[in-house]
Write a protein that binds this ligand. Sequence first.
Ligand code: ZN
Length: 342
Amino acid sequence: MQSKFKIYISVFITVCFISSCNWFSKKQTEETTDAVIETPQPKITVPTFSSDSAYAYIEKQLSFGPRVPNTKEHEACAAWLIEFAKKHSDTYHVQKYEVTAYDGTVLKSTNIVASLNPTAKKRILLTAHWDTRPFADQDKERKNEAILGANDGASGVAVLLEALRVMRTQKLENIGVDFLFLDSEDYGQPADYNGYVPDSYCLGAQHWSRSQHVPDYKADFGILLDMVGAPGAIFTREGTSAAYAGWVLDRVWNNAKILGHGSYFSNQATEPIVDDHKYINEIAKIPTIDIIHHDPNSASGFGWYWHTHQDDIKAIDKNTLKAVGETVVYSVYEYDKTNSAL
Ligand SMILES: [Zn+2]
């Protein structure tokens, strides 16, 4: 995803526009937030998410090296993800395409979708990007070398892989789930690049949002995971998520509280950012939130490891993976139960 500074104005205008057109649903969102804090619902039974397993899936991704499009490491990771999807889903799709990066490089890209309950009309979209950044533009050293992306890339993918694996063991009754592994998210223009190239990040999400893996694809809502493994990470009510999908934030944040993970999920509102969910919201029109680590003490708003060579396995804590993984799995089954009368 992209530092907020370059995109702040355009997103701010968009958010203002949406806010003014959509005051009624915004008001409802605020009321819902108050209500859910006071009356948490009882727990429902869900399959057990293993943070050990998620951690191992991060190590596996790192074992390929940086997963930069047009490299053999990227290709090898794609093959592993496709095998995983094939083994653990009810049906899967591989979407191969080419996109052009900010510098004219054509990126051979692959989006992978693993689906559970594929015929269900009501669906949830869970997504993360699996590619990693080709340079370390926020680092002081080795700026031109690709980063490992343990947190920025691998953590979100790992949580979704583990969620997919365990959710296949407890059948969803009323809804289906699609796990979308997006490519070419992090090939956006470097921080010191001369000139601004709009929409240079999230190329895989832009492609998928315009050309989905099945015709007329619809989901009731989506959850994007990005940088969900850092020790003590705080996930805030990020502005793009709040503008398009406030009710989803309410619901997921409340589920985190029910599970005892409230310390990770803050009710603080933070500035809108550009990440894959922006395009899924704006182009595919699926209300989608971003669970993403916010660091109030950094100039970028992102964590200390962001777009540096420190984004390695030391940037990962199993407790954070567990908090996010359990919250996502619970949110799916909670929504399934809610829709039992439909
Ligand atoms: Zn990134």
